[in-house]
Design a protein around this ligand. Structure first.
Ligand SMILES: *Cc1c(COP(=O)(O)O)cnc(C)c1O
Length: 422
């Protein structure tokens, strides 16, 4: 035990004694360490920061709300920031996802979605309890969300506690029909409550992308079998894939939609699970036992809601779509160059996100050698990047300019060179 800090970090093997930099402040696409390094945030601080760090409008909204109302129980009470946010979200997401259930993280937004879907069937008196999931999915780190996610080294220790799900294959290019057939076969069994998917992009599973027409077709299979569709847009939401929500590109309206990460511009924790009248109405009754039994202490925290309202105002009156398009095309140019380098496979992009696989000679899993080498090399450079095994990806805040993007890609090209020659 050489670690002097009592802090136990997430997804960190403290035994490897990798230095943990102390961050003092951040602005735009850069974070600054105590020893004055300026570091480009190439993954939006784990996929949350959309407009940039310490966005003045969001910071002002937080400061302003902090003078008025810090926190209030949300069962039986309400407040203006939450009411305003719910009304705006309801108008913004695909129609008719009218109802907004607030929580505080992506994982809880997904837990809420699963409970809503199951509760909907129980309250309707129908025996449907199975959840269908897609291979390589990630939906969070709680027991429920791990159950609907990919099983692997991350959750092996908890395997016994995870509930059974039906898994359909990832719709890899040329194998889309297999996914649809598998979904169809599961739905035909008649006991499926819902399908949960990450629309168009599987994040933690390795930045795997599939085309909108597959999502459209999956939604049609669900609709035909009266199976609920849960879209986990925790990461894909708020412009990441080029549109405000990824579902839009497929013309799909899920029954339940999970949002978090960029909902406050990435400034402060908040999540929401949006539901259609069908889901809400299944819980609406004179019978108290049919209410939706879920809450977190900080549900709809007023300061977090104020930050989210400021985020929505930025979307309304700043050229965010234009910024996203510019960032996307600048990345396309760099990706084209990157994809031609030796050892690079499967260069891919959706909206503001690019990913490449660095070819490992041995197995390409998370614990393969190329991953650690890439990580070690990147740690020496002034960039914040966190490869998923041998997959290097970039997901910068929308304010990242050409020069800072250049620094990021230069660092990636150098790190890949290091990793492959080591
Ligand atoms: C990050 C993520 C989650 C979990 O969100 P947390 O806020 O980390 O709990 C769930 N689903 C997807 C698709 C995610 O990317």
């Amino acid at each position: 035990m050489t670690n002097k800090s009592p802090v136990w970090h997430p997804f960190t093997q403290h035994g490897l004694e990798v230095p943990i930099p102390m961050v003092s402040h951040a602005e735009g696409c850069a974070i600054y360490t105590e020893d004055d390094r300026r570091i480009i945030d190439g993954i939006s601080s784990w996929w949350v920061t959309t407009h940039g760090h310490c966005n003045p409008r969001i910071m002002a909204a937080i400061a302003d709300q902090a003078q008025k109302l810090d926190q209030i129980i949300f069962a039986g009470w309400t407040h203006e920031p939450a009411e305003r946010l719910a009304a705006r979200l309801s108008a913004l997401v695909p129609d008719p996802l009218h109802y907004a259930f607030f929580s505080d993280s992506g994982s809880t937004a997904v837990e809420v979605a699963l409970k809503m879907a199951l509760g909907h069937w129980v309250n309707r008196g129908e025996k449907r309890h199975r959840i269908v999931v897609m291979e390589h999915s990630y939906h969070g780190d709680t027991i429920g969300t791990m159950s609907v996610g990919e099983r692997g080294v991350f959750n092996q220790a908890y395997e016994e506690l995870l509930f059974d799900v039906a898994t359909i294959p990832f719709p890899a290019a040329g194998k889309e029909q297999e996914t649809l057939d598998a979904l169809d076969a599961e739905c035909a069994k008649g006991d499926v409550a819902a399908l949960i998917v990450e629309p168009l992009l599987l994040g933690a599973g390795g930045m795997l992308m599939y085309p909108p027409h597959v999502l459209t077709a999956m939604a049609e299979v669900c609709r035909a079998a009266d199976v609920l569709l849960i879209a986990d847009e925790v990461m894909t939401g708020w412009g990441r894939t080029g549109t405000l929500f990824a579902c839009e590109q497929a013309g799909v309206v899920p029954d339940i939609m999970c949002l978090s990460k960029g909902i406050t511009g990435g400034a402060i924790p908040l999540a929401v699970t949006m539901a259609t009248p069908r889901i809400f109405d299944a819980h609406y009754s004179k019978d108290a036992a049919k209410q939706f039994f879920h809450s977190s202490s900080y549900t709809a925290n007023p300061i977090a809601c104020a930050a989210a309202n400021a985020n929505l105002e930025i979307w309304e009156d700043e050229p965010v779509a234009e910024r996203i398009a510019t960032l996307g095309s600048r990345q396309t140019a760099r990706l084209n160059h990157l994809s031609k380098l030796p050892g690079i496979a499967d260069a891919r992009q959706i909206g503001t996100i690019i990913a490449v696989d660095v070819e490992a000679k041995e197995d390409a899993g998370y614990l393969s050698q190329v991953g650690p080498r890439l990580k070690a090399s990147l740690a020496q450079k002034d960039v914040l990047l966190r490869p998923l095994g041998n997959t290097v990806y970039v997901m910068p805040p929308y304010c990242t300019d050409q020069d800072d993007l250049g620094l990021l890609y230069d660092a990636i090209e150098a790190a890949i060179g290091d990793a492959l020659k080591a």
